[in-house]
Write a protein of this length. Structure first.
Length: 399
């Protein structure tokens, strides 16, 4: 099969050679005929010669008897075959070499592209320095490494006044005769010393045997919110004098909506000392939760009272003291934020020396149900663009 193919190739080569000779001699349309015929023969010869070029050298073909004596011209056909084979092998190995070089180059480029992120420059806006950004400080705040909408709600708070009685009982009203025992008169006074420390107010109950006596001080205060987040009562108290121990002796605190006499055990009672059997030193109560007693905004009254009942066989006297008495309430308010899409931007534009490509933009944010929108400028903030879902386009305030 190889011998036959080789002989066919030599015949085609000889015929192509004759076509070339005719092409040189002929004129007119015959030139076109012989040119086309030569091209066809050459193409066919290429198809036949490819396996012969690569697998059979001229010397091997001659030794193996693949060239018949009638078909082989040692000076012409063999020499032409040698030239064609050299050209074919050179072309083949050249193509292989080019392919190998391409593979190496592509692999190298792929590696460089793969490590490109390691060579990339990253710019982070960390919001550590408020002066590095331009924004409306009434709507946005930069704090703790974050930019955030500012809570525009107004916290509310308030308290009763003159809690320490340091110089007078101003702001307080005494009602010593809440309950006067028969033929007895209670008193309530400011004392400039002996308190815890400094001044204080007292309630002096002059009791009658088998009768009850009671008196109180009160002060009004006004809250401005419904259901304040915090409302507490603090006070210091003492049983300063106890003569002929009463069968029942209590100090109380009440908070109600009227300044009239309170009701022991009623809905407005917020504190009870428990039964007192003798004199005591100053004691303190703190942070009594009274938020349920001031459920809506309005005016309320704090009352501090003393109540005793004398034994059946003798009159009795008690003197009670109150100091550092205060109701405090506060409310942070319902958080509210600007709704007109306030903006924040760096005071200095990012101007890289060289840009190959802009690859990514990463947001780190806690949105709490809201949204943050981004616009980019490539002219130092003169104009802004936003991504409309398809392209970057000129942005307005609401984009």
């Amino acid at each position: 099969m190889i011998k036959g193919g080789l002989n066919l190739f030599l015949k085609l080569a000889g015929f192509a050679f004759r076509c070339k000779q005719k092409l040189i001699k002929e004129k007119g349309l015959k030139v076109l005929y012989w040119a086309l015929l030569m091209i066809l023969v050459e193409l066919f010869a290429i198809i036949v010669s490819l396996p012969l070029f690569f697998f059979i050298s001229p010397e091997k073909g001659k030794r193996g008897g693949f060239f018949s004596s009638k078909q082989f011209d040692g000076n012409g056909h063999l020499r032409e075959f040698q030239y064609r084979r050299k050209i074919g092998l050179t072309t083949l190995f050249g193509a292989i070499l080019i392919f190998v070089i391409k593979v190496i180059v592509v692999s190298l480029l792929s590696f460089l592209i793969a490590v490109q992120p390691l060579l990339a420059v990253t710019e982070s806006w960390t919001f550590d320095t408020p002066a590095s950004y331009t924004y409306d400080s009434g709507k946005i705040e930069v704090t703790g490494g974050a930019a955030q909408l500012k809570d525009l709600s107004s916290p509310s708070s308030g308290s009763t006044t003159n809690s320490g009685f340091d110089s007078s009982a101003t702001g307080w009203t005494a009602v010593p005769g809440w309950i006067n025992a028969p033929s007895k008169t209670n008193t309530a006074n400011y004392q400039s010393s002996g308190g815890n420390p400094g001044g204080y107010v007292d309630i002096n109950l002059q009791g009658k045997k088998n009768n009850q006596s009671a008196g109180y001080w009160y002060q009004g205060f006004t809250t401005t919110v419904d259901s304040p987040s915090s409302a507490t009562l603090d006070l210091d108290w003492g049983a300063l004098t106890v003569t002929n121990s009463p069968t029942s002796y209590h100090l109380y605190a009440f908070i109600g909506t009227t300044s009239g006499n309170p009701t022991v055990g009623g809905a407005t009672q917020v504190w009870d000392s428990g039964n007192i059997t003798g004199t005591t030193s100053w004691a303190s109560i703190s942070q009594v939760d009274i938020s349920s007693y001031v459920p809506t905004s309005g005016t309320y009254y704090l009352k501090i009272a003393a109540v005793h009942t004398c034994p059946a066989g003798t009159d009795c006297v008690t003197v009670s003291g109150f100091d550092n008495t205060i109701v405090t309430w506060s409310d942070a308010g319902t958080p509210s934020y600007a709704t007109d899409l306030p903006t924040i931007e760096p005071t200095v534009s990012l101007i890289p020396t060289t840009v190959s490509s802009w690859d990514s933009f990463t947001e780190t944010a806690t949105k709490n149900g809201g949204e943050i929108y981004y616009q980019l400028s490539d002219d130092d903030g003169s104009t802004w663009q936003y991504w409309n879902g398809s392209i970057w386009t000129t942005a307005g305030a609401s984009n």
